[in-house]
Design a protein around this ligand. Structure first.
Ligand code: ADP
Ligand code: MG
Length: 645
């Protein structure tokens, strides 16, 4: 950076953001971007990644597009920018048509400096069309580890972002993440064309965190937790557990022991969650017993303790969860209670997302029954039921096909609109319009199906019946809604695709996809073994953890269980369990499978079912309420699959 831009950046930092200095890594990233290069920022949560695009956005000519899967959490960030006089906006599914138009006008006028969007938005042709005519000075991708299939939170829409950024002529890209292994860093850099020297990784090492791993059997760990909470000085505490019901049970156990504890999980009502979070935030001693739903977007500096009652899903989750302790730099303790009993249940999370070969085959036959050039629309909900594949997996298959050049996705749309007159009668709605429009509206209402309260229609179908354009129907309903005349709901999302090419050999394509999913499944199942390996590591555990993220440290930390005790930990053996034949009546299972061939016809489907892993077909057939569902939830999936075969 020249003296001039460097001092510009510093002046802006102080004047616009009120910070006297850059934090570690920020200046290097800003410097690369201002010089016209793409960059990657891997900083821990709370380290100040957002500034790395907010500041350049003000220095560069054009708009900065920020892509994030969590834009709901970015509302505060946008409000803060706006209050500093910076023109910023977001587009996500919660934004109404008027607001979208307003944003689009500011984009066209060149006044908008930062635009936050969800990754799905890049399937919208109108949005892409407008961006193509807009100068994008910076394309920032938050949570960039989601683009890597080897990351811990892969999102299919993210895979396409690199290609989109390129097509849109984005001048430079900034990828940001808090957790990336060297393999994920390599994936991100390759995807977005970021030079190795411009991948800025600040340290993961946290000197003020004592990392304890304590072997404890499932039956004793809750008592150990209570003892710890009582014997250690009171302090702001998070206890992480895997299941919602464990959060409830343990919170009441702690409360009964006289400790200030409350549960938190995603199944609670939003009001209860906010109340619990505020109760915890406001105190220096309260204990929240939470699933991993707790913590995103929470910034509390004085968390003194983070306990893991169950094993975390992987080292990425573990490092993010303990990373919430001691942000103020004061000494804090992170303690993990480890035993083998948790392993199968955690592993089973990774087996629900592997489609059977039959499902992939059926899906591809369905898609490629069409000619090259054909345009078609699908309901992910319907397809996922038809082939018993989870919606996210279905999306992944379509994304693979798109990346391989077979498909191109188009603007998604809704096939179901339902509405009701706010006044109670359609005649009152119609009365607000002149004769021609009133006539059109009457015919439009009549084309729908009227139930007790709501009238439903498919705009495509109504367009055909009325001899109008679909867009006029959608526009009319939107207009009535904006004028407060009707209440409108959309449902039944459809995804549009065009076939760009047909595979030479469908069988080979199926083989490739099956292989790809198998690799992902193995990588997922390995995550939990990496947690076990950390617990039992024969050496400094802190160094082993930061090494997983590519940071090499020479000296032992002196504040982990290994350094403090000098010996590697052994895990207690899991509780011995009876043979599978003794737990599940094979003939009962066969009967059920014969009655439900779509849901339980294949060995993998039966293994999922027995391990308590839901699938669209078993959920829709209401099989998950039966006694056999989850009967082998505490067993290794591979053993159950072998037994089912
Ligand atoms: P991240 O995205 O890395 O988790 P954020 O961008 O949300 O972190 O920033 C965390 C906090 O740090 C914010 O409150 C932000 O205002 C603050 N911050 C960022 N940069 C600086 C800086 N250079 N000096 C002081 N505070 C900063
Ligand atoms: Mg952030």
């Amino acid at each position: 950076m020249t003296m001039n831009t460097s001092s510009n950046a510093r002046t802006l930092l102080l004047e616009r953001f009120g910070f006297p200095d850059f934090r570690p890594g920020q200046e290097q990233v800003v410097e690369a971007l201002i010089a016209g290069r793409s960059a990657l920022a891997v900083f821990p949560t709370g380290a100040g990644k957002s500034l790395c695009y907010q500041l350049p956005a003000l220095l560069l000519d054009g708009v900065t597009v920020v892509v994030s899967p969590l834009i709901a959490l970015m509302k505060d960030q946008i409000d803060a920018l706006v209050s500093r006089g910076i023109d910023a906006a977001r587009l996500d599914s919660s934004i109404g048509a008027d607001e979208v138009r307003n944003v689009s006008d500011r984009l066209a006028a060149g006044s908008l400096k930062l635009l936050y969007v969800a990754p799905e938005r890049f399937n919208n042709e109108r949005f892409l069309d407008q961006l193509e005519r807009t100068k994008i000075s910076l394309f920032a991708v938050d949570e960039a580890h989601c683009i890597s299939e080897w990351g811990h939170n892969f999102r299919p829409d993210y895979l396409k972002l690199a290609a989109r950024a390129h097509e849109l002529g984005a001048e430079r890209v900034l990828a940001l993440t808090a957790t990336a292994t060297p393999a994920v860093v390599a994936d991100i850099c390759a995807g977005f064309g970021i030079a190795e020297a411009d991948s800025i990784v600040t340290g993961f090492y946290r000197p003020n965190l004592t990392l304890l791993t304590t072997p404890a059997s499932a039956s004793e760990r809750e008592q150990v937790l209570i003892d710890r909470l009582r014997e250690r000085p009171a302090g702001s505490t998070i206890v992480y557990v895997t299941l919602q019901r464990t959060a409830l049970r343990v919170a009441s156990l702690l409360a009964a022991a006289g400790l200030p504890a409350r549960p938190y999980h995603a199944g609670m009502s939003p009001e209860d969650r906010v109340a619990t979070q505020e109760w915890w935030m406001a105190s220096g001693t309260n204990v929240v017993v939470a699933t991993i739903a707790f913590g995103m977007g929470i910034d509390k500096a004085d968390v003194r303790y983070v306990y893991h009652l169950n094993l975390p899903k992987g080292l990425e989750s573990y490092s993010q969860e303990i990373g919430r302790a001691g942000r103020d730099g004061a000494p804090s303790i992170c303690e993990l209670f480890a035993c083998n009993d948790d392993v199968p249940a955690l592993e089973n999370f990774s087996y629900g997302d592997t489609p059977t070969r039959e499902a992939i085959g059926g899906l591809l036959d369905d898609v490629f029954a069409r000619e090259e050039g054909a345009q078609f629309a699908v309901s992910e909900y319907e397809l996922s039921g038809q082939f018993d594949v989870r919606p996210l997996v279905l999306k992944t298959v379509f994304t693979y096909l798109e990346l391989d050049g077979f498909l191109r996705q188009g603007t998604p749309f809704y096939a179901g609109y339902s509405f009701r007159p706010v006044s109670g009668s359609f005649e009152e709605v119609v009365a607000a319009f002149d004769v021609d429009r009133a006539d059109f509206l009457r015919r439009l209402f009549a084309s729908g199906k009227t139930g007790r309260v709501w009238t439903g229609l498919d705009p495509e179908e109504s367009a055909r019946v009325l001899g109008e354009e679909r867009s006029r129907i959608v526009a009319a309903l939107g207009h009535l809604e904006r004028r407060g005349l009707i209440e409108l709901r959309v449902a039944d999302a459809r995804q549009r695709y065009t076939i760009l090419a047909r595979p030479d050999s469908t069988v080979e394509l199926i083989d490739r996809l099956v292989e790809r999913f198998a690799l992902r499944e193995q990588a997922e199942a390995r995550r939990i073994q990496q947690v076990i390996a950390l617990v039992t590591n024969d050496g400094c555990q802190v160094n082993a953890l930061v090494a997983y993220f590519g940071e090499q440290r020479g000296e032992p930390c002196r504040h982990c269980t290994f350094c403090l005790g000098g010996v590697a930990q052994q895990l207690p053996l899991g509780t011995p369990l009876p043979a599978l034949d003794e737990v599940v009546d094979r003939s009962l299972l066969q009967e059920l499978a014969a009655a439900q061939p779509d849901a339980l016809g294949l060995p993998r489907q039966r293994a999922r079912f027995l391990c308590g892993i839901t699938s669209p077909a078993t959920s829709r057939a209401k099989l998950t309420r039966g006694g056999l569902f989850g009967a082998l939830a505490d067993r290794h999936f591979a053993d159950v699959l072998a037994w089912c075969e």
